[in-house]
Design a protein around this ligand. Structure first.
Ligand code: 5AD
Ligand code: SF4
Length: 433
Protein backbone atom coordinates (compact mmCIF):
# COMPACT_ATOMS: atom_id res chain seq x y z
CA UNK A 1 0.00 0.00 0.00
CA UNK A 2 1.08 3.54 -0.69
CA UNK A 3 0.35 6.93 0.86
CA UNK A 4 0.32 10.50 -0.34
CA UNK A 5 0.41 13.47 2.04
CA UNK A 6 -0.36 17.09 1.18
CA UNK A 7 0.36 19.78 3.78
CA UNK A 8 -1.02 23.30 4.22
CA UNK A 9 -0.41 25.91 6.92
CA UNK A 10 2.38 26.47 9.36
CA UNK A 11 5.50 24.68 10.54
CA UNK A 12 3.40 22.68 13.05
CA UNK A 13 1.62 21.02 10.18
CA UNK A 14 4.88 20.35 8.35
CA UNK A 15 6.14 18.69 11.52
CA UNK A 16 2.94 16.71 12.10
CA UNK A 17 2.94 15.54 8.48
CA UNK A 18 6.47 14.19 8.90
CA UNK A 19 5.32 12.27 11.96
CA UNK A 20 2.28 11.01 10.08
CA UNK A 21 4.60 9.73 7.36
CA UNK A 22 6.65 8.03 10.03
CA UNK A 23 3.56 6.22 11.36
CA UNK A 24 2.54 5.16 7.87
CA UNK A 25 6.03 3.90 7.10
CA UNK A 26 6.04 1.89 10.33
CA UNK A 27 2.73 0.36 9.16
CA UNK A 28 4.52 -0.89 6.04
CA UNK A 29 3.25 1.75 3.61
CA UNK A 30 5.52 3.49 1.15
CA UNK A 31 5.27 6.95 -0.34
CA UNK A 32 3.45 7.43 -3.65
CA UNK A 33 4.78 10.05 -6.03
CA UNK A 34 1.29 11.07 -7.14
CA UNK A 35 -2.12 10.98 -5.46
CA UNK A 36 -3.48 8.77 -8.26
CA UNK A 37 -1.08 6.03 -7.15
CA UNK A 38 -1.95 6.17 -3.46
CA UNK A 39 -4.22 3.96 -1.33
CA UNK A 40 -4.28 6.53 1.45
CA UNK A 41 -4.48 10.26 0.73
CA UNK A 42 -3.91 12.60 3.65
CA UNK A 43 -4.63 16.32 3.55
CA UNK A 44 -3.21 18.22 6.51
CA UNK A 45 -5.16 21.45 6.66
CA UNK A 46 -5.03 24.99 8.07
CA UNK A 47 -7.85 27.19 9.39
CA UNK A 48 -6.00 30.41 10.00
CA UNK A 49 -7.75 32.31 7.21
CA UNK A 50 -10.93 31.63 5.28
CA UNK A 51 -9.01 31.66 2.02
CA UNK A 52 -6.77 28.81 3.25
CA UNK A 53 -9.84 26.77 4.14
CA UNK A 54 -11.53 27.37 0.80
CA UNK A 55 -8.43 26.32 -1.07
CA UNK A 56 -8.15 23.16 1.00
CA UNK A 57 -11.82 22.31 0.40
CA UNK A 58 -11.32 22.63 -3.34
CA UNK A 59 -8.22 20.47 -3.12
CA UNK A 60 -10.00 17.82 -1.02
CA UNK A 61 -12.62 17.70 -3.79
CA UNK A 62 -9.95 17.20 -6.46
CA UNK A 63 -8.11 14.58 -4.44
CA UNK A 64 -11.36 12.69 -3.80
CA UNK A 65 -11.80 12.31 -7.55
CA UNK A 66 -8.24 11.02 -7.88
CA UNK A 67 -8.94 8.59 -5.01
CA UNK A 68 -12.03 7.08 -6.66
CA UNK A 69 -10.50 4.54 -9.09
CA UNK A 70 -8.46 2.81 -6.34
CA UNK A 71 -11.09 3.46 -3.65
CA UNK A 72 -8.33 5.13 -1.68
CA UNK A 73 -9.00 6.32 1.86
CA UNK A 74 -9.09 10.12 2.07
CA UNK A 75 -8.17 11.48 5.49
CA UNK A 76 -8.57 15.15 6.43
CA UNK A 77 -6.26 16.07 9.30
CA UNK A 78 -5.17 19.27 11.01
CA UNK A 79 -6.93 22.42 12.07
CA UNK A 80 -9.86 22.27 9.63
CA UNK A 81 -10.61 18.74 10.75
CA UNK A 82 -10.69 20.01 14.32
CA UNK A 83 -12.86 22.99 13.45
CA UNK A 84 -15.31 21.48 10.96
CA UNK A 85 -15.51 17.89 12.23
CA UNK A 86 -18.21 15.72 10.66
CA UNK A 87 -19.17 18.44 8.17
CA UNK A 88 -16.20 17.21 6.15
CA UNK A 89 -17.93 13.84 5.60
CA UNK A 90 -20.29 15.65 3.19
CA UNK A 91 -17.62 14.76 0.69
CA UNK A 92 -18.29 11.02 0.52
CA UNK A 93 -14.72 10.03 -0.28
CA UNK A 94 -13.57 11.44 3.08
CA UNK A 95 -13.34 8.54 5.53
CA UNK A 96 -11.16 9.91 8.34
CA UNK A 97 -11.46 13.32 10.01
CA UNK A 98 -8.68 13.68 12.56
CA UNK A 99 -7.81 16.71 14.66
CA UNK A 100 -4.17 17.46 15.55
CA UNK A 101 -4.38 15.71 18.94
CA UNK A 102 -5.56 12.37 17.56
CA UNK A 103 -2.62 11.27 15.46
CA UNK A 104 -1.23 8.93 18.11
CA UNK A 105 -4.16 6.67 17.17
CA UNK A 106 -3.69 7.10 13.44
CA UNK A 107 -2.46 3.58 12.65
CA UNK A 108 -5.51 1.95 14.23
CA UNK A 109 -7.92 4.33 12.51
CA UNK A 110 -6.31 3.67 9.19
CA UNK A 111 -6.57 -0.09 9.56
CA UNK A 112 -10.26 0.26 10.42
CA UNK A 113 -10.87 2.53 7.43
CA UNK A 114 -9.04 0.19 5.05
CA UNK A 115 -10.45 -3.12 6.32
CA UNK A 116 -14.07 -2.27 7.19
CA UNK A 117 -14.55 0.89 5.20
CA UNK A 118 -15.24 2.67 8.49
CA UNK A 119 -15.75 6.43 8.74
CA UNK A 120 -14.09 7.83 11.82
CA UNK A 121 -13.97 11.20 13.48
CA UNK A 122 -11.60 12.06 16.33
CA UNK A 123 -11.24 15.62 17.53
CA UNK A 124 -10.60 14.79 21.18
CA UNK A 125 -7.93 16.70 23.05
CA UNK A 126 -4.72 15.08 24.25
CA UNK A 127 -2.40 17.33 26.18
CA UNK A 128 0.50 14.89 26.03
CA UNK A 129 3.23 14.76 23.44
CA UNK A 130 2.62 11.07 22.84
CA UNK A 131 2.40 11.35 19.08
CA UNK A 132 5.49 13.50 18.81
CA UNK A 133 7.49 11.29 21.16
CA UNK A 134 9.49 9.39 18.56
CA UNK A 135 13.12 10.30 18.32
CA UNK A 136 13.17 11.71 14.87
CA UNK A 137 12.17 10.74 11.39
CA UNK A 138 15.06 9.77 9.14
CA UNK A 139 13.77 11.82 6.29
CA UNK A 140 14.26 15.45 7.24
CA UNK A 141 17.20 16.09 4.96
CA UNK A 142 19.41 18.94 6.16
CA UNK A 143 16.75 21.06 7.83
CA UNK A 144 14.72 19.58 10.65
CA UNK A 145 11.97 20.87 12.93
CA UNK A 146 11.66 19.93 16.60
CA UNK A 147 8.38 20.76 18.30
CA UNK A 148 8.82 22.30 21.75
CA UNK A 149 5.28 23.48 22.48
CA UNK A 150 1.91 22.74 21.02
CA UNK A 151 -1.24 24.81 21.16
CA UNK A 152 -1.44 28.40 22.30
CA UNK A 153 -2.73 30.06 25.46
CA UNK A 154 -2.86 33.60 24.11
CA UNK A 155 -6.11 35.19 23.15
CA UNK A 156 -5.35 37.36 20.16
CA UNK A 157 -8.76 38.61 19.11
CA UNK A 158 -8.45 37.54 15.45
CA UNK A 159 -6.91 34.11 15.90
CA UNK A 160 -8.50 30.69 15.64
CA UNK A 161 -5.41 28.76 16.74
CA UNK A 162 -6.21 28.48 20.49
CA UNK A 163 -9.64 27.07 19.57
CA UNK A 164 -8.29 24.47 17.15
CA UNK A 165 -4.98 23.57 18.78
CA UNK A 166 -5.97 23.99 22.42
CA UNK A 167 -4.02 25.65 25.23
CA UNK A 168 -0.23 25.71 25.19
CA UNK A 169 1.58 22.61 26.43
CA UNK A 170 5.36 22.47 26.71
CA UNK A 171 7.22 19.33 25.74
CA UNK A 172 9.54 17.75 28.30
CA UNK A 173 13.08 19.11 27.93
CA UNK A 174 14.61 15.63 27.66
CA UNK A 175 12.39 14.75 24.72
CA UNK A 176 13.34 17.92 22.92
CA UNK A 177 17.02 17.11 23.43
CA UNK A 178 16.57 13.48 22.40
CA UNK A 179 14.83 14.37 19.16
CA UNK A 180 17.38 17.07 18.36
CA UNK A 181 20.23 14.61 18.81
CA UNK A 182 18.49 11.96 16.73
CA UNK A 183 17.97 14.48 13.93
CA UNK A 184 21.62 15.51 14.07
CA UNK A 185 22.67 11.85 13.84
CA UNK A 186 20.39 11.31 10.86
CA UNK A 187 22.04 14.19 8.97
CA UNK A 188 20.12 17.31 9.98
CA UNK A 189 22.45 20.33 10.08
CA UNK A 190 19.92 23.11 10.68
CA UNK A 191 17.43 22.55 13.52
CA UNK A 192 14.44 24.82 14.12
CA UNK A 193 12.67 24.66 17.47
CA UNK A 194 9.01 25.26 16.71
CA UNK A 195 5.94 26.38 18.64
CA UNK A 196 3.13 28.94 18.29
CA UNK A 197 4.90 31.06 20.91
CA UNK A 198 8.28 29.55 21.73
CA UNK A 199 9.00 32.24 24.31
CA UNK A 200 6.21 30.84 26.48
CA UNK A 201 8.02 27.47 26.77
CA UNK A 202 8.25 26.30 30.35
CA UNK A 203 8.80 22.75 31.53
CA UNK A 204 9.58 22.29 35.18
CA UNK A 205 12.20 24.94 35.89
CA UNK A 206 13.32 25.28 32.27
CA UNK A 207 12.31 28.36 30.31
CA UNK A 208 12.92 29.01 26.64
CA UNK A 209 16.31 30.69 26.82
CA UNK A 210 17.72 27.79 28.86
CA UNK A 211 16.26 25.24 26.47
CA UNK A 212 17.71 27.11 23.49
CA UNK A 213 21.09 27.22 25.15
CA UNK A 214 20.95 23.50 26.01
CA UNK A 215 19.99 22.53 22.46
CA UNK A 216 22.77 24.71 21.02
CA UNK A 217 25.29 23.09 23.33
CA UNK A 218 24.10 19.58 22.51
CA UNK A 219 24.65 19.95 18.75
CA UNK A 220 27.40 22.57 18.50
CA UNK A 221 28.05 21.87 14.83
CA UNK A 222 24.43 22.26 13.77
CA UNK A 223 22.71 25.56 13.19
CA UNK A 224 19.91 26.22 15.64
CA UNK A 225 16.88 28.43 14.98
CA UNK A 226 13.47 28.95 16.55
CA UNK A 227 10.05 30.22 15.56
CA UNK A 228 7.62 31.86 16.35
CA UNK A 229 8.52 34.52 18.91
CA UNK A 230 5.94 36.71 20.62
CA UNK A 231 6.92 40.34 21.35
CA UNK A 232 5.13 40.20 24.70
CA UNK A 233 7.17 37.24 25.94
CA UNK A 234 10.47 37.74 24.13
CA UNK A 235 13.08 38.72 26.69
CA UNK A 236 16.71 39.78 26.88
CA UNK A 237 17.81 36.35 28.05
CA UNK A 238 16.92 34.88 24.62
CA UNK A 239 18.86 37.64 22.86
CA UNK A 240 21.73 36.93 25.28
CA UNK A 241 21.79 33.23 24.36
CA UNK A 242 21.67 34.08 20.65
CA UNK A 243 24.59 36.44 21.04
CA UNK A 244 26.85 34.04 22.94
CA UNK A 245 26.07 30.70 21.31
CA UNK A 246 27.86 30.70 17.96
CA UNK A 247 25.57 28.11 16.39
CA UNK A 248 22.28 29.92 17.16
CA UNK A 249 21.46 31.80 13.96
CA UNK A 250 20.83 35.54 14.08
CA UNK A 251 17.23 35.51 12.93
CA UNK A 252 14.10 36.40 14.88
CA UNK A 253 10.64 35.98 13.42
CA UNK A 254 8.70 38.46 15.51
CA UNK A 255 5.12 39.04 14.35
CA UNK A 256 4.18 42.70 14.77
CA UNK A 257 0.61 42.41 13.36
CA UNK A 258 0.03 46.17 13.53
CA UNK A 259 2.03 49.36 14.09
CA UNK A 260 -0.89 51.11 15.80
CA UNK A 261 -1.14 50.94 19.59
CA UNK A 262 -4.93 51.17 19.45
CA UNK A 263 -5.16 48.24 17.05
CA UNK A 264 -2.59 46.23 19.05
CA UNK A 265 -4.69 46.71 22.14
CA UNK A 266 -7.87 45.70 20.39
CA UNK A 267 -6.02 42.63 19.08
CA UNK A 268 -5.08 41.86 22.71
CA UNK A 269 -1.44 41.45 21.78
CA UNK A 270 -0.04 42.67 25.09
CA UNK A 271 2.67 45.06 23.78
CA UNK A 272 2.99 48.51 22.28
CA UNK A 273 5.02 49.72 19.33
CA UNK A 274 7.55 51.19 21.78
CA UNK A 275 8.05 47.83 23.40
CA UNK A 276 8.43 46.20 19.99
CA UNK A 277 10.97 48.84 18.96
CA UNK A 278 12.93 48.23 22.18
CA UNK A 279 13.22 44.48 21.46
CA UNK A 280 14.43 45.11 17.92
CA UNK A 281 16.99 47.68 19.14
CA UNK A 282 18.26 45.32 21.83
CA UNK A 283 18.58 42.49 19.29
CA UNK A 284 20.40 44.71 16.78
CA UNK A 285 22.70 46.05 19.44
CA UNK A 286 23.64 42.55 20.61
CA UNK A 287 23.84 41.13 17.08
CA UNK A 288 24.54 43.63 14.33
CA UNK A 289 23.16 42.12 11.13
CA UNK A 290 20.44 40.11 12.90
CA UNK A 291 17.57 39.39 10.55
CA UNK A 292 14.16 40.48 11.81
CA UNK A 293 11.12 39.18 9.98
CA UNK A 294 7.47 39.70 10.80
CA UNK A 295 3.77 39.07 10.15
CA UNK A 296 1.28 41.87 9.54
CA UNK A 297 -2.51 41.91 9.31
CA UNK A 298 -4.09 44.77 7.37
CA UNK A 299 -7.75 45.72 7.43
CA UNK A 300 -8.42 44.59 11.00
CA UNK A 301 -11.97 45.70 12.00
CA UNK A 302 -12.01 49.44 12.58
CA UNK A 303 -8.44 49.98 11.29
CA UNK A 304 -8.53 53.60 10.10
CA UNK A 305 -6.43 54.95 7.27
CA UNK A 306 -4.25 56.72 9.85
CA UNK A 307 -3.75 53.49 11.81
CA UNK A 308 -2.78 51.68 8.64
CA UNK A 309 -0.31 54.48 7.89
CA UNK A 310 1.18 53.94 11.35
CA UNK A 311 1.79 50.32 10.42
CA UNK A 312 3.28 51.37 7.11
CA UNK A 313 5.70 53.90 8.59
CA UNK A 314 6.63 51.63 11.49
CA UNK A 315 7.34 48.83 9.02
CA UNK A 316 9.70 51.16 7.18
CA UNK A 317 11.33 52.28 10.42
CA UNK A 318 11.94 48.68 11.49
CA UNK A 319 13.59 47.85 8.15
CA UNK A 320 12.26 44.31 8.23
CA UNK A 321 14.24 41.75 6.28
CA UNK A 322 11.02 40.17 5.06
CA UNK A 323 7.42 39.74 6.11
CA UNK A 324 4.29 37.70 5.62
CA UNK A 325 1.34 40.03 5.13
CA UNK A 326 -2.33 39.17 5.28
CA UNK A 327 -5.75 40.72 4.85
CA UNK A 328 -7.82 40.30 7.98
CA UNK A 329 -10.11 37.29 7.73
CA UNK A 330 -12.96 36.90 10.21
CA UNK A 331 -12.71 33.46 11.82
CA UNK A 332 -15.73 31.86 13.45
CA UNK A 333 -15.88 32.16 17.22
CA UNK A 334 -13.09 34.73 17.55
CA UNK A 335 -13.62 38.09 19.27
CA UNK A 336 -12.67 40.02 16.15
CA UNK A 337 -15.30 38.21 14.09
CA UNK A 338 -17.96 39.86 16.27
CA UNK A 339 -16.59 43.36 15.80
CA UNK A 340 -18.42 45.76 13.56
CA UNK A 341 -16.72 48.29 11.36
CA UNK A 342 -15.39 45.94 8.78
CA UNK A 343 -12.86 47.43 6.35
CA UNK A 344 -14.21 47.02 2.79
CA UNK A 345 -12.54 44.30 0.73
CA UNK A 346 -11.14 46.64 -1.89
CA UNK A 347 -9.65 48.88 0.75
CA UNK A 348 -8.01 45.86 2.43
CA UNK A 349 -6.55 44.90 -0.93
CA UNK A 350 -5.22 48.38 -1.49
CA UNK A 351 -3.57 48.43 1.94
CA UNK A 352 -2.06 45.01 1.42
CA UNK A 353 -0.71 45.77 -2.05
CA UNK A 354 1.00 48.95 -0.86
CA UNK A 355 2.58 47.22 2.09
CA UNK A 356 3.75 44.35 -0.09
CA UNK A 357 5.47 46.81 -2.36
CA UNK A 358 7.30 48.30 0.61
CA UNK A 359 8.24 44.83 1.80
CA UNK A 360 9.74 43.94 -1.59
CA UNK A 361 11.74 47.16 -1.57
CA UNK A 362 13.08 46.61 1.96
CA UNK A 363 13.79 42.92 1.39
CA UNK A 364 15.78 43.71 -1.78
CA UNK A 365 17.65 46.46 0.05
CA UNK A 366 18.50 44.04 2.87
CA UNK A 367 19.94 41.61 0.31
CA UNK A 368 21.84 44.37 -1.48
CA UNK A 369 23.51 45.35 1.80
CA UNK A 370 25.10 41.90 1.95
CA UNK A 371 27.01 42.36 -1.32
CA UNK A 372 30.76 42.37 -0.69
CA UNK A 373 30.46 40.46 2.57
CA UNK A 374 31.84 37.03 3.31
CA UNK A 375 29.15 34.84 4.80
CA UNK A 376 28.80 31.38 6.31
CA UNK A 377 26.61 29.26 4.05
CA UNK A 378 25.14 25.82 4.65
CA UNK A 379 25.28 24.05 1.29
CA UNK A 380 21.92 22.45 0.51
CA UNK A 381 22.42 20.99 -2.94
CA UNK A 382 22.70 21.74 -6.62
CA UNK A 383 20.66 23.93 -8.88
CA UNK A 384 20.78 24.56 -12.60
CA UNK A 385 20.50 28.25 -13.47
CA UNK A 386 20.65 29.45 -17.08
CA UNK A 387 22.19 26.11 -18.04
CA UNK A 388 24.96 26.36 -15.43
CA UNK A 389 25.16 23.96 -12.51
CA UNK A 390 25.57 25.82 -9.24
CA UNK A 391 25.45 25.06 -5.54
CA UNK A 392 22.63 26.48 -3.49
CA UNK A 393 22.81 27.19 0.21
CA UNK A 394 21.58 29.43 2.98
CA UNK A 395 23.14 32.13 5.04
CA UNK A 396 22.63 32.24 8.80
CA UNK A 397 19.98 34.90 8.19
CA UNK A 398 18.20 32.35 5.98
CA UNK A 399 18.77 33.91 2.56
CA UNK A 400 19.46 31.71 -0.45
CA UNK A 401 22.87 32.01 -2.14
CA UNK A 402 23.96 30.51 -5.47
CA UNK A 403 27.65 29.89 -6.18
CA UNK A 404 29.99 27.54 -8.03
CA UNK A 405 31.47 24.58 -6.18
CA UNK A 406 31.79 20.81 -5.99
CA UNK A 407 28.64 18.85 -5.16
CA UNK A 408 30.53 17.01 -2.38
CA UNK A 409 30.15 20.18 -0.35
CA UNK A 410 26.45 19.41 0.19
CA UNK A 411 25.66 19.47 3.89
CA UNK A 412 28.83 21.41 4.74
CA UNK A 413 29.31 24.91 6.11
CA UNK A 414 31.39 26.99 3.73
CA UNK A 415 32.39 30.60 3.39
CA UNK A 416 31.02 32.52 0.40
CA UNK A 417 31.68 36.08 -0.72
CA UNK A 418 28.47 37.72 -1.92
CA UNK A 419 29.01 39.32 -5.33
CA UNK A 420 25.54 40.40 -6.37
CA UNK A 421 21.89 40.41 -5.39
CA UNK A 422 18.73 40.33 -7.46
CA UNK A 423 15.57 40.88 -5.48
CA UNK A 424 16.13 38.77 -2.38
CA UNK A 425 18.39 36.18 -4.00
CA UNK A 426 22.15 36.34 -3.69
CA UNK A 427 25.02 35.11 -5.86
CA UNK A 428 28.59 34.74 -4.74
CA UNK A 429 31.79 32.76 -4.95
CA UNK A 430 33.30 30.19 -2.69
CA UNK A 431 36.06 31.53 -0.45
CA UNK A 432 36.79 28.50 1.67
CA UNK A 433 35.27 25.12 2.33
N1 5AD B 1 -6.77 37.02 9.50
C1 5AD B 1 -5.62 37.32 8.86
N2 5AD B 1 -4.42 36.89 9.25
C2 5AD B 1 -4.35 36.13 10.35
N3 5AD B 1 -3.31 35.59 11.00
C3 5AD B 1 -3.78 34.89 12.05
N4 5AD B 1 -5.11 35.00 12.13
C4 5AD B 1 -5.50 35.78 11.08
C5 5AD B 1 -6.76 36.25 10.62
N5 5AD B 1 -7.89 35.97 11.24
C6 5AD B 1 -1.92 35.78 10.60
C7 5AD B 1 -1.10 36.45 11.68
C8 5AD B 1 -0.26 35.33 12.20
C9 5AD B 1 -0.06 34.49 10.95
C10 5AD B 1 0.37 33.09 11.18
O1 5AD B 1 -1.33 34.54 10.34
O2 5AD B 1 -0.30 37.46 11.10
O3 5AD B 1 0.97 35.77 12.75
FE1 SF4 C 1 -2.93 27.01 10.34
FE2 SF4 C 1 -2.69 27.93 12.81
FE3 SF4 C 1 -3.36 25.42 12.42
FE4 SF4 C 1 -0.88 26.24 11.88
S1 SF4 C 1 -1.89 26.16 13.88
S2 SF4 C 1 -2.13 24.93 10.61
S3 SF4 C 1 -1.31 28.33 11.09
S4 SF4 C 1 -4.54 27.22 11.89
Amino acid sequence: MRYYVETYGCQMNVYDSKKIEEVLTAEGLSRAARPEEADVIIVNTCSVREHAENRALTRIGELSLKAAPRKAVVAVCGCMAQRMGSELFKNRAVRLVLGPDSYSKLAGYLRAAVTDGAKLLDTARDRSFRFQASEGFRDWGLRGFVSITKGCSNSCSYCIVPAVRGPAVSRPRDEVLKETLAQWRSGVRDVTLIGQNVNAYRYGGTGFSTLLSDVAELVPEARVRFTTSHPRDMDDSVIGVMAVRPNVCEHIHLPLQSGSDRVLESMNRGYTRDRYRAIVSAARKAMPGVSITTDIIVGYPGESVEEYEETYSFFEEMQFDSAFMFKFSARPGTAASRMSDEVPRQEKERRLARLMELERRLASAASARLVGREMEVLVEGRKIKDGVELLTGRTRCNRTVLFRGASELSGKLVSVRIDSSKGVSLSGCLVSA
